[in-house]
Design a protein around this ligand. Structure first.
Ligand SMILES: Nc1ncnc2c1ncn2CCCCCNC(=O)c1cc(-c2ccc(F)cc2)cc(O)c1O
Ligand SMILES: [Mg+2]
Length: 214
């Protein structure tokens, strides 16, 4: 039977990356996506912006919406202090299965909790079921038409506190116009656009960083 792209990406990681070394896993995936097959990881250019936001936020509790193969999960987790934790939500069980193996290969599994399910169903359960108070940082990288409803849901569920950071991928390509309009015009957010490119291409894309003002 034919392998899938995520399976081939995992194969490259298990063949070429050093176990327990997150940087080598990231490097291997970026090389695979540049030289073999494009895949919708945040990539190395936007990944550097992600890294800088994570390090300057120094978060204790992070939420990632949309795990895919775990590339940004590994990038974020490798920068977290020892007690910090990252909860990542993935809808697709095949992606989740691959991501778990990428995360374990990188050696960051102790900081990561991968939960399978739709963001709209899981966000309301974060406090009661996952013992979360508020998130210091949320990385949005899932269905582009879920960014806005899920942000409103996080507000309603009291999962954001003054100073919580939302970092959204793909605000230009594929684009999240309703989300951008909201965070850029709402008095409850201070927003900033980081211009970049769609992963592994010259197409414009960028990350939007929005601070919740309470
Ligand atoms: N827990 C959950 N709840 C809801 N949805 C959930 C979920 N878990 C997963 N999903 C569903 C996410 C499906 C993938 C989302 N990402 C994308 O769709 C995406 C697409 C591109 C792209 C750009 C140009 C092109 F020509 C083609 C594709 C680039 C990216 O960086 C992308 O992140
Ligand atoms: Mg993306």
């Amino acid at each position: 039977t034919q392998s899938t792209r995520p399976q081939r990406l995992l194969g490259a990681v298990q063949k070429k990356a050093t176990r327990g070394n997150p940087r080598s896993v990231i490097q291997t995936i970026d090389q695979f996506c540049r030289q073999r097959e494009w895949a919708m990881n945040v990539g190395d250019e936007k990944g550097c912006i992600l890294d800088s936001v994570v390090t300057e936020t120094n978060p204790t509790t992070v939420l990632e919406l949309g795990t895919y193969c775990g590339y940004s999960t590994v990038r974020i987790a490798s920068l977290l202090p020892p007690q910090a934790r990252l909860i990542t939500l993935e809808f697709n069980p095949d992606f989740a299965r691959i991501a778990r193996q990428v995360i374990t290969w990188a050696g960051v599994q102790d900081k990561v909790e991968l939960v399978e399910g739709a963001s709209g169903d899981l966000i309301p359960k974060m406090k009661a079921q996952f013992g979360v108070n508020t998130f210091d940082l949320v990385f949005l990288d899932h269905w582009k038409d879920r960014y806005l409803p899920d942000t409103k849901l996080m507000e309603e569920c009291g999962l954001l506190k003054k100073g919580s950071i939302l970092l959204a991928d793909n605000v230009i390509c594929p684009g999240t116009p309703d989300y951008l309009e909201y965070v850029r015009n709402s008095p409850r957010y201070q927003s900033q656009y980081f211009k970049s490119h769609l992963e592994y291409t010259k197409v414009e894309d960028g990350l939007e960083k929005s601070v919740f003002l309470g």
